[in-house]
Write a protein that binds this ligand. Structure first.
Ligand SMILES: CC(C)(COP(=O)(O)OP(=O)(O)OC[C@H]1O[C@@H](n2cnc3c(N)ncnc32)[C@H](O)[C@@H]1OP(=O)(O)O)[C@@H](O)C(=O)NCCC(=O)NCCS
Length: 116
């Protein structure tokens, strides 16, 4: 299930987001984490299964054009190809789809297309 990020989960969240190709640089990653903590339109979720945190998905809410952009999606390499990525996208749809159109950015587009 998806759970909303809390500061106490910072290390595991950073570890997961660091698998995104453009988040390899620690400074960039710290900047991204700060944005998820401080920007009320940036929502970060973690995928938890049996007390293990195995994935992360981060979105940006745009109230003006009623979109939710999936900005980050990442799964622990040992747990890939098991459907977790698809399940995270489905839960994001359940949370936001009633009021927002779910869209990708350049970094998440190929996987979101795969989930269509
Ligand atoms: C992308 C990612 C989150 C998928 O997670 P996952 O739990 O393994 O995904 P699922 O098990 O739900 O789906 C697996 C399917 O997605 C495909 N897939 C994996 N990464 C993909 C990508 N970047 N673009 C398109 N399809 C992708 C797999 O080939 C597989 O296809 P198949 O079912 O036809 O064999 C994971 O590979 C990851 O963390 N990658 C590193 C971070 C990253 O690059 N994120 C941006 C992705 S655009």
């Amino acid at each position: 299930m998806l759970i909303r990020y809390k500061k106490s989960m910072e290390k595991i969240a950073m570890g997961l987001l660091s698998f995104m190709p453009e988040e390899k640089d620690v400074k960039k990653l710290q900047h991204t984490m700060k944005a998820y903590e401080e920007n009320e339109n940036w929502h970060l979720y973690l995928w938890r299964e049996n007390d293990d945190v195995l994935g992360a998905i981060g979105v940006e809410i745009n109230q003006i054009d009623a979109t939710v952009t999936v900005q980050h999606i990442s799964v622990n390499p040992s747990h890939r190809e098991l459907g977790i990525g698809h399940k995270m996208i489905n839960e994001i749809r359940e949370i936001y789809e009633e009021n927002y159109q779910i869209i990708a950015n350049d970094l998440t587009e190929s996987f979101l297309n795969k989930c269509e």
